[in-house]
Write a protein that binds this ligand. Structure first.
Ligand SMILES: Nc1ncnc2c1ncn2[C@@H]1O[C@H](COP(=O)(O)OP(=O)(O)OP(=O)(O)O)[C@@H](O)[C@H]1O
Length: 614
């Protein structure tokens, strides 16, 4: 993916082609209609200028008979022009809307095609994504600016012809006077695009602070720690940085615009002086003077409008290239070879000398992990905080590829398998599972949308996770929205502040488990801290149910509650980026290593305060 520097002409031409295709495919009829009314708008000032000239010459020659017809013609032309302007407004807005819809669809389809997580942790990608989102309306606007430029060109051509009839040398001067403006404006556009890229990180941080201050999730801590002023000042500091960059450019633009307007006024003034002198000497009629003045003003206005539109189109293209870059970007993880699918697990999953770090600038997290997860077994991953347990399961899901070494599914390297084929064989509850602001039923159904889960399956999964009773007791049962921010009455769709509810932490965790239970038949189940928020009774119950449901299937469980992993077929202790210990609960206790130490510490924590009854 390229950086944010202005694109070469070929790149811009490609972006223009893509924008034109987006617009044409999304609203062909509206584009044609807009083109038609634009041409009408372009021809109007020329027609009015010629008709006015005829009126003035008619008045001077006292040809009153023709004057009425000319007046009617002027009225008709201006009425049609006004109607065309209104129709143009509507058509332009509709083209914008339709093209933006298509561009957003294209963009987010591309974002969904990103299979790994690394891009979402890259500031450059996030900056580009934000600019690409902002440029979704650009294809529509490009049509607008292109047509404005076309209309301006038609008007310029018409007036130039008229002006040339009166004074050809002056015509050349007027045209040439627009050239420096065009070049300067194009340069400013490039500077503007570069500035937008530069301020991207500050703008994203400003949005981050603003969102933090507006969400319920952060509201507790912000109030308790009295962070309001701290966050607001940080947000304002970012905004000031952004404003300063924009202001610098606006000021430069203001100076340039003032210079250009002054030059245009000098040229127009000189033309007017010449015309008056020429009329005094009898070389121009009154109508000619009127025509000349209208033509100079018309050419200058149309030229500056055309230049502005062209420059705007250029600017739109410079930002739209971020959209094209994301849509055209290749796969983030190396694409697999010919293997289209992944067969069911038979023997097991092997991590062979797996090394991993999040980027070349980050420290090694895994330093040569060798581990075999036999099919049908439950393997528990334990270890101190930050030893790489969650990282390891992210590699199992191929959210990242190992930096060195390989992960083999029955001997097949995961890099040779399409990520979606791998993920179709996995069920998971992640430590940082998502609490979707959707209904309770949808929150479970998202676990397996491919199978179009029905209410019966959803309820069964909820019962298995021990959350059915809580969900059934909600105001609208499973149809209740689990959000206080998007509250909506499910019966009539009306906004209803009291219709949404929030679940407790443990209830959310059970719901996430229910989501995973929809995928209970998958080859591999990953449970990263599945019970940290559950009460002891629920934890015992959920682990028991998991053991039954998953019996004979492969599972990887991460937990710090060591009591819950006693029954695992194999317990693996990660430390220092490698497998430090491996064995059964009894074997590891007998070994007296890290596991035995962690287990003993946890067990004493429970025992110390317990008064044994009797
Ligand atoms: N996306 C990331 N980018 C950079 N570093 C990361 C990322 N995710 C985790 N790390 C780092 O990798 C290390 C291992 O993190 P990981 O979450 O795998 O540990 P863990 O063993 O699951 O810890 P815990 O028991 O606290 O959940 C940590 O030092 C963490 O800072």
């Amino acid at each position: 993916m390229s950086d944010g520097r202005p694109q070469a002409a070929r790149g811009l031409a490609r972006c223009a082609g893509r924008a034109a295709a987006t617009v044409w495919r999304s609203a062909p009829v509206h584009v044609l209609g807009y083109l038609a009314v634009t041409l009408v708008g372009a021809a109007t000032p020329i027609a009015v200028a010629w008709l006015t000239r005829a009126v003035l010459d008619g008045v001077a020659a006292r040809r009153t008979g023709a004057l009425l017809a000319l007046a009617v013609a002027i009225a008709v032309v201006t009425t049609v022009a006004a109607a065309a302007a209104h129709a143009g407004h509507y058509l332009r807005a509709e083209v914008d809307r339709r093209a933006a819809l298509r561009a957003k669809d294209e963009l987010f389809a591309a974002v969904s095609r990103v299979t790994g997580l690394a891009r979402f942790e890259s500031p450059a990608f996030l900056d580009r994504l934000r600019l690409a989102q902002q440029s979704a309306s650009n294809p529509g606007r490009l049509v607008d600016t292109a047509l404005t430029a076309a209309r301006g060109t038609v008007t310029v051509a018409g007036f130039v012809g008229s002006l040339a009839l009166v004074n050809s040398a002056f015509t050349v001067l007027v045209l040439l006077s627009a050239l420096p403006g065009l070049l300067i404006e194009l340069r400013m556009s490039r500077q503007r695009a570069a500035m937008l890229w530069r301020i991207g990180p500050a703008e994203r941080r400003e949005i981050f602070y603003a969102q933090l201050m507006s969400t319920a999730d952060a509201a507790k801590e912000i109030r308790l720690f009295d962070l309001g002023a701290f966050l607001r000042l940080r947000m304002l500091a970012e905004l000031r940085t952004v404003n300063a960059a924009r202001r610098r450019l606006d000021r430069r633009e203001l100076a340039v615009q003032a210079g250009l307007a002054g030059a245009a006024a000098v040229v127009a003034g000189a033309g007017l002086v010449w015309a008056i002198l020429a009329a005094g000497q009898g070389r121009l009629s009154v109508g000619d003077v009127s025509m000349f003045v209208a033509a100079v003003a018309g050419v200058q206005a149309a030229l500056s409008g055309t230049v502005a539109a062209g420059v705007m189109a250029y600017e739109h293209l410079l930002t739209f290239h971020h959209h094209v870059a994301i849509v055209d970007d290749g796969p983030d993880l190396p694409a697999p070879g010919a293997r289209p699918a992944l067969p069911p697990l038979r023997r097991g999953i092997e991590l062979r000398d797996v090394w991993f770090r999040y980027s070349p600038d980050h420290p090694w997290i895994l330093r040569g992990v060798n581990l075999f997860i036999p099919n049908g077994h439950t393997v528990a991953l334990v270890g101190r905080n930050g030893t790489g347990k969650s990282t390891l399961v992210k590699l199992l899901c191929r959210f990242y590829d190992p930096t060195r070494g390989a992960i083999l599914w029955d001997g097949v390297d995961l890099r040779d398998v399409p990520p979606e084929a791998l993920r179709a064989r996995i069920g998971a509850v992640f430590q940082d599972f998502v609490a979707y602001e959707l209904t309770a039923a949808d929150n479970i159904a998202v676990g397996d949308l491919g199978a179009a889960p029905d209410q019966e399956r959803i309820e069964r999964a909820a019962r298995d996770a021990g959350v059915h009773d809580a969900l059934a007791a909600l105001p609208y049962g499973y149809r209740t929205l689990l959000s206080r921010g998007f509250a909506q009455d499910p019966d009539d769709g009306e906004s209803d502040a009291d219709s949404g509810v929030l679940l407790s932490g443990g209830q959310w965790q059970r719901l996430a488990l229910a989501r995973a239970f929809l995928r209970r038949d998958r080859d591999l189940m990953i449970l990263d801290e599945p019970s940290s928020g559950l009460d002891p009774e629920a934890e015992y119950e959920v682990h028991g149910r998991l053991a039954t449901l998953r019996s004979g299937r492969t599972s990887v469980v991460i937990t710090h509650r060591l009591g819950a992993v006693r029954s695992a077929d194999r317990i693996v202790v990660l430390a220092g980026g490698v497998v430090a210990e491996e064995g059964t609960h009894a074997g590891l206790l007998a070994g007296g290593g890290t596991y035995a130490e962690l287990f003993a510490r946890q067990a004493t924590g429970y025992r110390d305060d317990v008064e044994v009854p009797g």
